[in-house]
Structure formats: structure tokens, C-alpha cells
Design a protein around this ligand. Structure first.
Ligand code: NDP
Length: 448
């Protein structure tokens, strides 16, 4: 079956899953040259096989709120592909979570994990539970209830979830506690655990820091540097604030962060003390807008950051947050580099637009792979029951991000996608990630 026939099949079967179709097409449009060079992929229906998850578990979660009322939510775990290793991918708690969103995230995760060069497969999970406004006791009861349903399907060598939107260290710890309680097993069933009970140093920072390390390699490839560059970050969560932190450390001027309520614009840039304040503010669930009373700057309610003139954009909030109109605004405002901290933050039209305008564009599966890379490093530390230092993990993360950059750039060159110094990272990353998984599937025959 050809790639185009496989897409038609996905569109016919999953017409009600737009995010999943979008993610499949984004990979499909870039891997044709690889497919042409490997006729065995078509014979073995590799693309078709990779667009159908190995399995999906779905379950009901009953839990009790602070008023003693019973609440009901839905949970899922998508085990997409274990061709390269245990299923690996985060859990998202957000009211927009559904099967389409989790399948898109799980599909992306297969190739992202392959790009790290580490032995991990792809998966994703979560719930339509909304953590906003919930008390700590409610979060704890929900996490316990969620893991009570999930635990039969995960284990340290088979499927290893982590955090994502709405799931940070606190939630992972509650779920880990319930897993241990039910199974009596200590080990690496979840990553992103607290440091001191199996968690890796640097896991919290890894995705945001990794995205900036990737950006450094992109700039270097253009004989440029991050020093003094004006950077726009969207979101104010784990990825955003650590991307802002690392960019600031390396001498860039970070002009914005944002959340679902609006954008914070500080012409002086977010220094470390301001970023620390933002972290504490978001952790307590308080409004970003209060920043202006303390540090000055501007609050733009219900606006995204792309109206600001800058050199680099790191969209790090959520999928499809950058539309074609936003992309036009970015180009008008001087953005030359886009690094996806979030998963699929650009719509398909926005990607087309920025690539046509030769904006250097790093897709999330390459640029935000630092988080899962350090998760895999956490798994290896758990296996040998030893901890690495912050510096050791940071050095490993830098090497991994550089390798991802260089292998994507080399594939872009090798498959004729590099033009006058413009590196097609989207094509390069998809080709490298897809090839690693496809070659494993070819070796296995028809299983997996
Ligand atoms: P967090 O929950 O820590 O932060 C998410 C941020 O995005 C919040 O500031 C939130 O605002 C904002 N946001 C969420 N939805 C919307 C929306 N519809 N419109 C505007 N803002 C929104 O999540 P993470 O930082 O962990 O994840 C962010 C992105 O990065 C996701 O796409 C995730 O899949 C991806 N990612 C995360 C990794 C990780 O290690 N955490 C690894 C790789 C990718 P508010 O607080 O107002 O809701």
C-alpha cells in the first residue's frame, strides 16, 4: 500500500479525528523520497501499520470531590508502537483530551523517541479531567483513581508514562504512590518522579532546555548565535518557562510568555528573578497579569505573543496555537527561527507558510525531544539503581539534542531537501525517525 492510499484509509476510518489525521499527513508529506528508496517499506505496509496503534485502553475514572460528590471522567492509554523499546510518552490531564488528541500525540511520539537514538517506543495517555481550580486533595484523589484503572497496562519494561499538560511532579508522585501500593513494585514505571525517590535531576528542565540547545545548533548552522536575540515564548508552563530560562541564561532577551488568558510582554526581557516569580505564580494557579503590578511590562488579555517584533519564536503551549494568520504576523514581525516547544503548535497551513518564507523551522518531534530523552535517562538510572549528577544529565542532553539536529540536517541534505543553506528540519526529522522505526519493523517481519 502506498503512502497516499494509507492516508486515504486513515481519513476514511478516522474522519472524526482531525488532530490525528493532521499529524499523519505531516509525516507522510515528507517521507516519500525515503519510501522510494526502500520498496520493502511499501511491500510490508510499514506506513499503514504505523498509523494504527498497537492497542488503546480506555477506562472510566470515578473519584470524589471535596464536597463528597462523585465525579466521572474518562481515561485512555494509547500504546502506539514498541518497535524500538517500551511504550513511552506522557499523560495529559485537560478537558480537551480525547482519542484524536492522544493518537496524534502518540503517533508523533514514536518518531520523536526514535530521533533520540534511545531504545524507547511511542505511546500517550491522559484524561479529560480538568485540574484547574481543583484542591490538592482533589488532585490526589483523581490521580489515585486514575492509576487504579491504568496500572494493569503499564510496567517498567513495557509501558512507562510521564507528565504532559496538567501533569507535573506532584501528579506523577501521586500516581507512582498508587502504583507501588497496588503492585508492591519499586522501579521506573513512571518518569518525572521526585528527585530522591527515583526521579532524574534535570527532568523538569529538560524539554525547555533541550529546545534551546536545538535552537543553538540551528543558529550555528547559519553561522549565527543566540546572544542578544529577541525571543518570543508562548505558554507559561513547564516547557515555556524552562525554554525562557535557558534562552535568558545564554544571553537572549525573552520578551513574552503567555497562557490561556493572554500575553505578558516585557520589553526589558524576563531575567531569572522574573522567571522564578512566574514559576511560583503559575504553581499557585495565580494570574500572570499580576506581574505588571510588580515588574511593569504589558498585559494583553486574550492575545497571543505574535504581534511583538522579534527574531525567534518558541511556541510552547499547545497544539494548533499558531494559525496561518499568526504565521503571517510572525514573518511580518521579523521572526527567522521557529522552534516548537509544544507538540504540533503550528497548523498545517502555518507550517506551509513559514517554510515557503524560508523561516528556519524545527518541528516539535525534534526540538522538544529533550524531555523524553531525559525520561529515558531516568529509566536507565532506575535500572542500575544509581543517580547521575545534574551536570552529567545536562551534558548527555546537549549531546542528544546536537545529534538530533545533525542527523535531521544530514537527512535533509541527503534526500535533496536542503536548498541554498535552508535546512528542511521537518523533512529531515521525519525521515530519520521514520527510518529507524521502519527498519526495526522490516527486521521483525510482520509482527509489531
Ligand atoms: P503545562 O501544563 O506545564 O503548561 C501548558 C501551558 O500552555 C500553560 O501556560 C497553559 O495555560 C498553556 N495553554 C494550554 N492550553 C492552552 C490554550 N488552549 N491556549 C493558550 N494557552 C494554553 O504543560 P507543558 O509545558 O508540560 O506542555 C506544553 C506543551 O509541550 C504541550 O504541547 C506538551 O505536549 C508539550 N511537551 C511537553 C513535554 C514535557 O516534558 N512537559 C515534553 C514534550 C512536549 P493555562 O495555565 O492558562 O492553562
Amino acid at each position: 500500500m502506498s503512502i497516499s492510499q494509507a492516508i486515504e484509509k486513515v481519513e476514511a476510518h478516522y474522519a472524526h479525528q482531525p488532530e490525528f489525521i493532521q499529524a499523519v499527513k505531516e509525516v507522510a508529506i515528507t517521507i516519500q523520497p525515503l519510501y522510494d528508496a526502500h520498496p520493502e517499506y511499501e511491500t510490508l505496509k510499514i506506513f499503514e501499520r504505523l498509523t494504527e496503534p498497537d492497542r488503546i485502553f480506555t477506562f472510566r475514572i470515578n473519584w470524589e470531590n471535596d464536597k463528597g460528590e462523585i465525579q466521572v471522567n474518562r481515561g485512555w492509554r494509547v500504546q502506539f508502537s514498541n518497535a524500538l523499546g517500551p511504550y513511552k510518552g506522557g499523560l495529559r490531564f485537560h478537558p480537551t483530551v480525547n482519542q484524536s488528541v492522544l493518537k496524534f500525540l502518540g503517533f508523533e511520539q514514536i518518531f520523536k523517541n526514535a530521533l533520540t537514538g534511545l531504545p524507547i517506543g511511542g505511546g500517550k495517555g491522559g484524561s479529560d479531567f480538568d485540574p484547574k481550580g481543583k484542591s490538592d486533595s482533589e488532585i490526589r484523589r483523581f490521580c489515585y483513581a486514575f492509576m487504579r484503572e491504568l496500572y494493569p497496562y503499564v510496567s517498567k519494561d513495557m509501558d512507562v508514562p510521564a507528565g504532559d499538560i496538567g501533569v507535573g511532579g506532584r501528579e506523577v508522585s501521586y500516581m507512582y504512590a498508587m502504583y507501588k501500593n497496588l503492585t508492591r513494585e519499586s522501579g521506573g514505571v513512571l518518569t518525572g518522579k521526585g528527585v530522591g525517590f527515583g526521579g532524574s535531576l534535570m527532568r523538569t528542565e529538560a524539554t525547555g532546555y533541550g529546545a534551546v540547545y536545538f535552537l543553538e545548533s540551528m543558529l550555528e548552522a547559519q553561522n549565527d548565535s543566540i546572544e542578544g536575540k529577541r525571543v518570543l515564548v508562548s505558554g507559561a508552563g513547564n516547557v515555556s518557562l524552562h525554554a525562557a530560562e535557558k534562552a535568558n541564561m545564554l544571553g537572549a532577551v525573552v520578551l513574552s510568555v503567555s497562557d490561556s488568558q493572554g500575553t505578558l510582554y516585557d520589553t526589558k526581557g524576563f531575567s531569572q528573578d522574573k522567571i522564578d516569580w512566574l514559576k511560583a505564580q503559575k504553581e499557585q494557579g495565580k494570574p500572570l497579569a499580576e506581574y505588571v503590578e510588580i515588574f511593569g511590562g504589558e498585559w494583553h488579555a486574550k492575545q497571543k505573543p505574535w504581534f511583538i517584533k522579534a527574531d525567534i519564536a518558541i511556541p510552547s503551549a499547545t497544539q494548533n496555537e499558531v494559525t496561518e494568520d499568526d504565521a503571517k504576523l510572525m514573518v511580518e514581525n521579523g521572526i527567522k527561527y521557529i522552534v516548537e516547544g509544544a507538540n504540533m503548535p503550528l497548523t498545517a497551513d502555518a507550517i506551509d507558510y513559514v517554510r515557503e518564507h524560508r523561516v528556519h523551522y524545527a518541528p516539535g518531534k525534534a526540538a522538544n525531544a529533550g524531555g523524553v530523552a531525559v525520561s529515558a535517562i531516568e529509566m536507565s538510572q532506575n535500572s542500575v539503581r544509581q543517580y547521575k549528577t545534574f551536570e552529567e544529565v545536562d551534558a548527555q542532553l546537549k549531546t542528544i539534542m546536537k545529534n538530533i539536529h545533525d542527523s535531521a540536517a544530514a537527512a535533509s541534505e541527503c534526500y535533496g531537501q536542503t536548498d541554498n543553506g535552508y535546512i528542511d528540519y521537518m523533512a529531515g526529522a521525519n525521515i530519520v525517525g521514520f527510518k529507524r522505526v521502519a527498519d526495526a519493523l522490516v527486521a521483525y517481519g510482520i509482527l509489531n
